[in-house]
Design a binder for this molecule. Structure first.
Ligand code: PMP
Length: 371
């Protein structure tokens, strides 16, 4: 049988496995930071309408620049994220993963490096590698915040071309202060003052769940600062695959050099536009999930777990001598959470109240066993 390594595959891909959490069929799935609420029926009906309309034109390529969709995304950000932005400042792609890939294709690449503060979203490193960009793992404190002095030192030493700041951070849930983002942005520009500076990507995939306001206003007057967002979490539309960025119009011009023509299908654009018409209903679910997230933090602490403060729709909890055994113990009780490989810690996504109750019952049993 032919294996991958028998093929003339790129050397750096030999022996690698594809990224992805297990998709197991268990009663309570709280492992991939999805929104547990299905889209409301009136929105499902509106999607069907919009998609039917799009279907009549599927013999043609879609709007290559997705102008209507970007206009609506700009309106959404302007209304909710603290800064008025226009269509020229917004770009959209198939999930924020594709947004990040396009940014690395344009600003990373062979001979260049990207840096992030780990543990963080592991796709930052993986997309860096797959675009030929060197990866540098920056430091994080024991409480999972970013120590500005240590981070500044690492930036000055490694002089990354691209700097990732994830806020709220995955898998820890930790939000990053605006002052920290500004300090790291300035350090990254200073380190590459001899080139054209560095691109700083604030990954705000979980921004809507934060106790704090969005970091969007920081892009003003900083053409090298990019905010990345997604409809996968707050809009409850992980299956849609729609991510977007807000930045200086020059950044949008730059990603257009690497995007595939017609990368966003007409069906995707129609579906996303329908979802944006129902923003207020969907943000109502976000409020419910934030309350459940806060309840998970409080109750896990009552059960004797250590819990990292969370600004996301998930919670990092521990500490377990053997996190993988604890993960298995919860799975045996019908609850799937995520083992991100952070020693001692697991991550649970906030689900419906019933799912969270089932999870908390399973943890209660596990903690009893432990003591
Ligand atoms: N950024 C972060 C921090 C994430 O956790 C995720 C999804 N897990 C993404 C980006 C990518 O999300 P999507 O491609 O669905 O927009």
């Amino acid at each position: 049988m032919t294996g991958i390594d028998d093929l003339p595959i790129r050397d750096e891909l030999r022996g690698k496995s594809p990224y992805g959490a297990p998709q197991l069929d268990v009663p309570v799935r709280l492992n991939t930071n999805e929104n547990p609420y299905p889209l409301p029926e009136p929105l499902v009906a509106r999607i069907a309408e919009r998609v039917a309309e799009a279907a009549r034109g599927l013999n043609r390529y879609p709007d290559r620049d997705a102008v209507e969709l970007r206009t609506e995304l700009a309106r959404y950000l302007s209304r909710t994220a603290g800064l008025e932005v226009g269509v020229a400042q917004v770009w959209a792609a198939n999930g924020s993963n594709e947004v990040l890939q396009q940014l690395l294709q344009a600003f990373g690449g062979p001979g260049r490096t990207a840096m992030g503060f780990e543990p963080s979203y592991s796709m930052h490193a993986l997309i860096s590698r797959s675009t030929g960009t060197g990866w540098i793992s920056g430091p994080r404190s024991a409480d999972f915040t970013i120590d500005v002095d240590a981070a500044r030192k690492a930036i000055a030493e490694h002089r990354p071309d691209v700097l990732f700041i994830t806020s709220p951070n995955n898998p820890t849930g930790t939000a990053v202060e605006a002052e920290t983002v500004l300090a790291l942005h300035d350090a990254a520009q200073a380190a590459r003052a001899d080139a054209a500076g560095a691109l700083v990507v604030v990954d705000e995939a979980y921004g809507e769940f934060s106790h704090r306001p969005s970091l969007l206003p920081l892009i003003e007057g900083r053409p090298r600062l990019v905010l990345s967002r997604t409809m996968s979490k707050a809009f409850g539309a992980a299956g849609l695959r729609l991510g977007y960025l807000a930045a200086d119009p020059a950044v949008v011009d730059a990603v257009q050099l690497v995007r595939l023509p017609y990368h966003l299908s007409a069906v995707t654009q129609a579906t996303a536009l329908a979802a944006l018409e129902h923003t207020d209903t969907l943000l109502g679910y976000v409020d419910a999930l934030k309350a459940e997230r806060d309840r998970l933090v409080a109750e896990l602490r009552t059960l004797g777990c250590e819990v990292t403060d969370s600004d996301a729709n998930f919670v990092q909890f521990g500490r377990f001598e053997d996190a993988h055994a604890a993960w298995q113990g919860l799975l045996d009780r019908g609850v799937l959470v995520r083992d991100n490989g952070v020693p001692g810690w697991l991550r649970v996504t906030a689900g419906t109240p019933a799912e969270n109750d089932a999870f908390l019952d399973a943890v209660r049993e596990l903690m009893k066993e432990k003591s």
